[in-house]
Design a protein around this ligand. Structure first.
Ligand SMILES: N[C@@H](CCC(=O)N[C@@H](CS)C(=O)NCC(=O)O)C(=O)O
Length: 215
């Protein structure tokens, strides 16, 4: 019985789940979905995730297929408790979820592939698209920076990775990819650098995925 992750190498939502799986030491098979080619719209993938988005996690035991990266991360934490991706204290858990939601609810949905494709279809110029991306990422990073400076001790919250770090690292990767200036965010950069040195984050990095397109 093996778990299969439906993933796309550069997409940030499946990247979050790859980090979680690696932190937990859970083995999985990798099923690449080419978002540029439109694999997410094919009938075969609609059976997996009717929402036509990545990630999806097939538990492989016929029981179910999970979607939505934060739901998957929380499921993972509940079924594989060590190392914990959420603190035990309710207030601390809420703080971690707040940080994760700033990214997953308030940055990412404004920037993902289908939004950019819609802007292109509406004939929005590349330069304006870049401004659009930067605007929402900057807004989110402005919110996160003081939270991480206050609650982080090496990671977003405390001294070990949580679901907030699973969300932050892909978002910083996306900012760098789209040339959004992250110099004004030393706390965010410090967390991203700390995570970048850890084996789980290295294994989950887009460049290390089977479907990575080498430059
Ligand atoms: N809220 C969802 C977002 C999923 C999502 O937007 N996935 C993107 C990649 S990051 C995707 O598959 N996009 C396909 C498309 O835009 O056509 C989650 O957290 O899993």
């Amino acid at each position: 019985m093996s778990i299969t992750l439906y993933s796309a190498w550069r997409a940030t939502a499946p990247y979050r789940v790859r980090i979680g799986l690696r932190l937990k030491g859970v083995d999985y098979d990798y099923h690449a979905i080419d978002l540029v080619a439109g694999d997410q719209h094919k009938a075969e993938y609609r059976q997996v995730n009717p929402q036509r988005l990545t990630p999806a996690l097939d538990l492989g035991d016929g029981s179910d297929i999970l979607t939505q990266s934060l739901a998957i991360l929380e499921w993972l934490d509940e079924t594989h408790p060590e190392p914990a991706l959420l603190p035990k204290d309710p207030m601390a858990r809420a703080r971690v979820r707040i940080m994760a939601n700033v990214i997953a609810c308030d940055i990412h949905p404004l920037n993902n592939t289908r939004v950019i494709r819609a802007l292109t279809a509406m004939q929005v110029e590349q330069a304006e698209q870049a401004q659009w991306m930067a605007r929402w990422m900057t807004d989110g990073f402005n919110t996160l920076e003081p939270m991480i400076a206050r609650y982080g001790k090496g990671f977003c919250f405390g001294d070990s990775p949580t679901i907030a770090d699973c969300c932050l690292v892909p978002q910083v990767y996306s900012a760098r990819r789209f040339k959004v200036d992250i110099e004004p965010y030393p706390a965010i950069r410090a967390v991203a650098d700390a995570c970048a040195a850890l084996p789980a984050f290295i294994a989950a990095h887009p460049d290390n995925q089977p479907d990575a397109v080498k430059a």
